[in-house]
Design a protein around this ligand. Structure first.
Ligand SMILES: Nc1c(C(=O)O)ncn1[C@@H]1O[C@H](COP(=O)(O)O)[C@@H](O)[C@H]1O
Length: 159
């Protein structure tokens, strides 16, 4: 069976400079992904269509949005594919609004929320690889090697 891909969706094209960091680890591990602008607010029909078919194509959905960031939660409400959320920094409140509007989900609808901005987008890609690795022993051993390399690259002395 062909491995499912990862979806990277975002509320606006303006989120891409942050959200592109989600592709770093995916590219490193050769994981396929699709990107799309999908907004719960501006394109609700597009979200409805995307979420309805998501389980056929994707192992995880990385969803980034800023401000009143309802996209990740609404996506999670409409599909059982795991949603990894990235709070995109906003102009007015630096992404605190994005974070708070994503993270406080009601019990029963889960979103896996990452840190605000680039580090969160990067880690969202990493979580997606970890999800795929649970059912792919080869990917899991590559991931373990990657983590060992990261560990060994941390100096134990301050220069
Ligand atoms: N939070 C949402 C949603 C949503 O949650 O559906 N749709 C767009 N947006 C956000 O609005 C911000 C400003 O968008 P524009 O730059 O297009 O005005 C973006 O960060 C986007 O994620």
């Amino acid at each position: 069976m062909q491995q499912k891909k990862i979806a990277i969706i975002m509320g606006s094209q303006s989120d891409w400079p942050v959200m592109r960091h989600a592709t770093t680890v995916l590219d490193e591990f050769g994981i396929g992904y699709d990107t799309a602008v999908v907004s719960a607010h501006r394109t609700p029909d597009r979200l409805y269509e995307f979420a309805g078919k998501a389980a056929d194509h994707y192992a995880a959905i990385i969803a980034g949005a800023g401000g009143a960031a309802h996209l990740p939660g609404m996506t999670a409400a409409m599909t059982c594919v795991p949603v990894i959320a990235v709070p995109v920094p906003s102009k007015a409140l630096n992404g605190i609004d994005s974070l708070l509007s994503i993270v406080q989900m009601p019990r029963g609808v889960a979103v896996c929320t990452q840190a605000i901005g680039e580090p969160g987008a990067y880690n969202a890609g990493l979580v997606a690889v970890q999800i795929l690795a649970t059912s792919d022993p080869q990917l899991q051993s590559r991931l373990n090697a990657w983590r060992a390399q990261q560990t060994s690259s941390v100096p134990d002395e301050v220069e």
